[in-house]
Design a protein around this ligand. Structure first.
Ligand SMILES: *Cc1c(COP(=O)(O)O)cnc(C)c1O
Length: 362
């Protein structure tokens, strides 16, 4: 049944742990003796209550969050957060700093400006095609928040350490690296992630909000776009994406019980990334596109000598059971997304394939 599964390097939706998929399959027709599928039970039932509460508690445990933080399950993807953040936190006329490190940051800035909010782009790596993370940034005085994209899925860069904003709370789009390494949540007013990269299927976005940010939410904005609406109802103001939340719960359980938490997850991720970058650095055939000190441990972007070779590489890889290696359509090249669920064996298989391909075509 699993014989024809490939090694999946898709950027998102992306690979999930096989054990999670098997658990979903096994429980699919009769969830916990309910006689119903998880896609059929009421979100107001004890079955779903257990699912969502367990997911919240696990996320708080894994990320070491104290009681100031509320975990929310929202819809509209990470992209909806681009609009909700300025709407909720800049209502009183304040200003915010944004660091522009690529496509997703650019979109976040655009959505704030559409609403007429005052946004200062305090640093950008656009001058070098977003191939690095800016350093020595001067932040504005009195900004309500500083928005960053912790991992740039398309360009293959990642903040190795979060910037010192001089006390301004950070807000981070962590869509493609949440739960990949430990971090100090204290610096954050809010962080969020579409689930479909590191955490589950598409259809749910996790947002973690601190109480001082929750108390900034104004009255006069639409109910469905207010963080407070969802915080007051344990993310069940309206029907939540039950199946997506359930899958996230299982991925969190896997991370906690099978992997053993964030330190171990990070060590595993480091080993995978080092193996792949090591091969790229040792080769004149493959060329990494991100500056070395800004490289992503999640999305490894690289080029081959010609676009024809890149095309052949992606196709040949797929014929060998390695999928999803085409770079984002906006940048071309190749990209291997090696999120939490990607096993070491997948990276080993990819490295073997890359060596063989180079020896044939290099
Ligand atoms: C994929 C991605 C998004 C977009 O997520 P949606 O859930 O599709 O809206 C935003 N930011 C980052 C960093 C991403 O990787």
């Amino acid at each position: 049944m699993t014989d024809n599964r490939i090694y999946n390097f898709n950027a998102g939706p992306a690979a999930l742990p096989l054990s999670v998929l098997e658990e979903i399959r096994d429980a699919f027709l009769d969830f916990k003796g309910s006689g119903m599928s998880i896609t059929e039970v009421s979100h107001r039932s004890k079955w779903f209550d257990e699912v969502i509460n367990d997911a919240v508690e696990r996320l708080k445990r894994i990320l070491n969050l104290d009681d100031r933080f509320t975990v929310l399950f929202l819809q509209g993807g990470a992209s909806m957060q681009f609009c909700m953040i300025p709407m909720n936190f800049l209502a009183a006329g304040g200003h915010a700093d944004y660091v522009n490190t690529g496509t997703w940051s650019t979109k976040a800035i655009k959505e704030a400006r559409i609403q007429g909010k005052k946004v200062d782009v305090v640093a950008s790596s656009e001058d070098k095609n977003f191939s690095y993370i800016p350093e020595n940034i001067t932040f504005s005085e009195g900004a309500v928040y500083t928005h960053i994209t912790s991992n740039n899925t398309i360009k293959g860069t990642q903040w190795a350490a979060f910037p010192d904003t001089g006390g301004t709370p950070l807000i981070a789009d962590m869509s493609s690296d949440i739960l990949s390494r430990p971090f100090d949540a204290d610096k954050f007013g809010l962080f969020y992630a579409g689930a479909q990269k590191n955490m589950g299927p598409a259809g749910v976005c996790v947002a973690v909000i601190r109480d001082d940010f929750l108390s900034m939410v104004p009255e006069g904005i639409p109910t469905m776009l207010k963080y407070s609406t969802f915080a007051a109802k344990n993310s069940m103001f309206n029907t939540p994406p039950c199946f997506a939340v359930y899958t996230v719960q299982l991925v969190l359980k896997w991370l906690e019980e099978d992997i053993g938490g964030l330190e171990k997850m990070a060590a595993r991720n480091r080993r995978k990334a080092e193996m792949l970058y090591g091969l790229i650095d040792a080769s004149d055939f493959y060329r990494g596109t991100a500056a070395r000190n800004s490289r992503s441990m999640m999305n490894v972007t690289f080029r081959l000598p010609t676009e024809d070779l890149e095309k052949a590489f992606v196709q040949d890889a797929l014929d060998n059971g390695l999928g999803g290696l085409k770079g984002h359509r906006s940048v071309g090249g190749c990209r291997a997304s090696i999120y939490n669920p990607t096993p070491m064996a997948a990276v080993e298989a990819l490295c073997d394939f890359m060596k063989t391909f180079e020896s044939k075509k290099g």
